[in-house]
Ligand binder design. Structure first.
Ligand SMILES: Cc1ncc(C[n+]2csc(CCOP(=O)(O)OP(=O)(O)O)c2C)c(N)n1
Ligand SMILES: [Mg+2]
Length: 280
């Protein structure tokens, strides 16, 4: 790898670790939350916000911005951490996470938070909204791109596949779906709730340019996103296999990881493990 490329990976890896740190901090404010997912998608968000998206942190409504749509409202903690790293949300504001007067509710809501494009909660709607936005931008001749981060649980929803068909039909190459395959849902392992594999083949069959990478490998993410940015004529999907709790072994080992409660004495252990750069 060339020296500038090494620098790029090192810079994004450091950003991902800070995003993990911010997520842990917010988790500690509430004592619980969707912390495992945030640690799992931190690398994806670091590359998206630190390398791929065109946006102005001080002007979240800039009309030429690339749109990043989080359809999984419960991953809000991950998005706030990324927006703090990007400079859209002041770092001090993370202390208010989840409190009554806060702009940072536990489930993402567009009207509350700068940089949050859509409200989440009801799963399976992000890609439908993204489709409309991508069509609208193309109609206006606006070169901005639309990214949608969705979960493997959202692949259970018919609306996701309806949108997938529409994107391919309209040749929306300004749209990139990112699927967080953490192999988990609220009711247990994805494979047991509703089998979604082979995920790559399904998106390809729906007419998408589809890639699959280790979603906790920054170098792999960067090269996949670069390839997608150059791809024309069809929508792209980046399927990311991620590890819940990545970077913090204590939390990776939790049995029921969908919603984590972390004991008071465990936060220090989690922080230390993250700072030590524990094996992932
Ligand atoms: C339409 C809809 N159905 C059900 C739910 C309840 N629900 C909340 S989170 C969740 C799990 C979905 O899977 P995924 O997003 O992959 O979960 P995770 O990886 O965070 O465990 C479910 C079913 C919902 N929010 N929306
Ligand atoms: Mg999941």
């Amino acid at each position: 790898m060339s020296a500038p490329e090494n620098d790029r990976i090192a810079r994004l890896s450091a950003a991902a670790q800070r995003i993990r740190g911010y997520a842990l901090h917010m988790g500690e404010v509430q004592g619980q939350g969707y912390i495992g997912q945030a640690l799992g998608v931190a690398d994806i968000l670091a590359v998206a916000y630190g390398d791929q998206l065109r946006f102005r942190p001080e002007d979240p409504q800039w009309e030429d911005r690339d749109r990043f749509l989080l359809s999984i409202g419960h991953y809000a903690i991950a998005l706030y951490a990324a927006l703090a790293e990007a400079g859209t949300i002041p770092l001090e504001e993370l202390d208010s996470y989840g409190s009554d007067e806060s702009r940072l509710p536990m489930s993402a809501m567009a009207s509350y938070t700068p940089g949050v494009e859509i409200s989440g909660g009801s799963l399976g709607h992000g890609l439908t909204v993204a489709t409309g936005m991508a069509l609208g931008l193309r109609h206006l001749g606006n070169p901005a791109r639309v990214f949608n981060l969705l979960s493997d649980g959202e692949l259970d929803e018919g609306s996701t596949w309806e949108a997938a068909m529409a994107c391919a039909h309209h040749g929306l190459d300004n749209i990139t779906a990112i699927v967080d395959v953490n192999a988990l849902q609220a009711d247990g392992p994805t494979a047991g709730v509703l089998r979604t594999e082979p995920v790559l083949d399904k998106w390809q069959a729906f007419g998408w340019h589809a890639l699959r990478v280790d979603g906790n490998d920054i170098a792999a993410l960067v090269s996949a996103f670069d390839e997608i940015a150059d791809h024309q004529g069809a929508p792209s999907v980046l399927i990311c296999d991620t590890r819940i709790g990545c970077g913090v072994p204590l939390l990776m080992e939790r049995e029921k990881a969908h919603f984590m409660r972390v004991e008071e004495h465990e936060w220090q252990i989690a922080r230390t493990q993250l700072e030590e750069g524990s094996p992932r």
